[in-house]
Design a protein around this ligand. Structure first.
Ligand code: AMP
Ligand code: MG
Length: 426
């Protein structure tokens, strides 16, 4: 073992640095069927008004309010999708069904319950109000109105609105392409019986789920041995296709930890250690679009790189311990992936929670303790998920939140209110 040469960076500072280096990806057009969860890359203005025509809100009659109290001749019917040809002259009315276009000439709609029908005539009550019982053109959306801003996340209502306004496709930010790799000689594929000293690779599947949940497209690279050359070959080939590399393991200071030296040979390691528990060996590097550093290997440009230069690629070296890899994913990787996809709000929501247990602080590191939450009156109360060992995935399974325990020598007694990163609410 040797001491790490990398300075310990405060977790907040490291998270800010990662976001600063993270690009927002360019736009692409997608059909509405594939638009859920995507983020608009440009403003949307209404090309037409909604509704486009005055449309009846009730079953009844389209009339002129000046004809109040009279018996009128019924000249036809206007139903949804089947408008009346012609207009309403003084002394006439048109039968209307809900959704039917209110014909020209009429300025109000009388509900069927308020009239007396007799053959081809209808008697309407006295004192009719103009402008009632129908939706005016542009009442929902005015022509030219800004309906959705760039940066809006597309959910069911936004997609419905786009369809209503006549857009089959929308311009959204591209999803990031990620290459995911586990490292370690001790790892075996899930489903294979581990021999003595071996363990099953669980990080790849946990991180695949986390990456997909964050909107990424993932290429699985499998398990790399703790040997420099096979690891380099895998990573270099992956970086010619993916704009983000995510690895687990191989970032601590043991002699078999090869990820940092490899990333240093390919680009710049900005962060090699953070004041975070769990997750101290978290590593972040950038790799130039084109290898411009003399003597360094040249990685092919990404296929859709702009002419004249490639885009910078990001590399996240996550620690091997399963909880450390997922917590560092939450703190550093997920916000970056959201930024790439154009989200304006890249962070998980945070809420104050009251500790239901005594929390110990861990010296100079911010600790993200895994908790379940329950409501007591208007408050959220946090209970520990038990041993917070970085190898114990049970501490994260079913957890509702990560309580941010500030660094320091003093602990925090039960009853203290701290901020928590909310993963899901009870
Ligand atoms: P490392 O950072 O490579 O020293 O890994 C630290 C520890 O994390 C290892 O000793 C394993 O117990 C565990 N570990 C590393 N990679 C994985 C993985 N892919 N799946 C599950 N556990 C892992
Ligand atoms: Mg290892």
């Amino acid at each position: 073992m040797r001491a790490s040469a990398y300075p310990l960076v405060a977790a907040e500072e490291a998270a800010a640095l990662v976001l600063e280096r993270t690009p927002v990806l360019p736009g692409e057009r997608v059909h509405l069927r594939d638009a859920a969860g995507r983020v608009l890359a440009s403003d949307l203005r209404a090309p037409n008004a909604l509704p486009a025509h005055p449309s009846s809100a009730v079953d009844g009659y389209a009339v002129r309010s000046a004809d109040a109290g009279r018996t009128l001749r019924v000249v036809g019917e206007s139903a949804a999708g089947r408008p009346l040809e012609g207009s309403i002259q003084p002394g006439t009315a048109a039968r209307l069904l809900t959704g039917g276009v209110v014909p020209d000439g009429a300025d109000t709609v009388v509900m069927v319950e308020e009239v007396v029908e007799a053959g081809e005539t209808v008697t309407v009550p006295a004192g009719l109000q103009p402008g009632v019982n129908f939706h005016r053109p542009g009442a929902d959306v005015k022509q030219g109105e800004l309906v959705l801003r760039a940066g809006s996340e597309l959910g069911p209502a936004e997609i419905g609105l786009a369809a209503a306004l006549g857009w089959p496709e929308l311009e959204v930010h591209r999803r990031p392409r990620i290459a995911l790799l586990s490292t370690g000689d001790e790892l075996v594929e899930v489903g294979t019986e581990p021999g003595r000293g071996q363990i099953t690779d669980s990080n790849r599947w946990a991180l695949l789920a986390a990456l997909r949940d964050a909107g990424a497209e993932v290429e699985l690279l499998g398990i790399a041995p703790d040997e420099p050359e096979p690891l380099r070959t895998l990573v270099e080939s992956a970086l010619s296709r993916a704009e983000v590399l995510v690895t687990s393991g191989g970032v601590s200071v043991g002699t078999h930890d090869l990820v940092k030296p490899l990333l240093e040979s390919l680009g710049t390691v900005h962060i090699g250690r953070v004041k975070l528990k769990p997750g101290k060996p978290f590593t972040f590097a950038t790799i130039p679009g084109r290898a411009t550093i003399p003597g360094r290997p040249s990685i092919p440009l990404l296929p859709d790189s702009p002419p004249g230069g490639g885009r910078e690629r990001l590399a996240f070296g996550l620690p091997g311990f399963p909880v450390s890899s997922l917590v560092t994913f939450e703190v550093f990787v997920r916000p970056a992936l959201r930024k790439m996809q154009g989200h304006t709000n890249v962070q998980r929501p945070t809420l104050p929670v009251r500790l239901g247990y005594d929390a110990r602080a861990s010296g100079d590191r911010t600790e993200y303790q895994r908790v379940t939450l329950h409501r007591e009156g208007k408050e959220l109360v946090a209970e520990t998920t038990g041993s917070q060992s970085s190898s114990r995935l049970m501490s994260l399974a079913g957890a509702h939140a990560l309580v941010r325990v500030p660094p320091g020598d003093q602990g925090f007694k039960a009853g203290t209110v701290l901020e928590a990163l909310i993963l899901s609410l009870p």
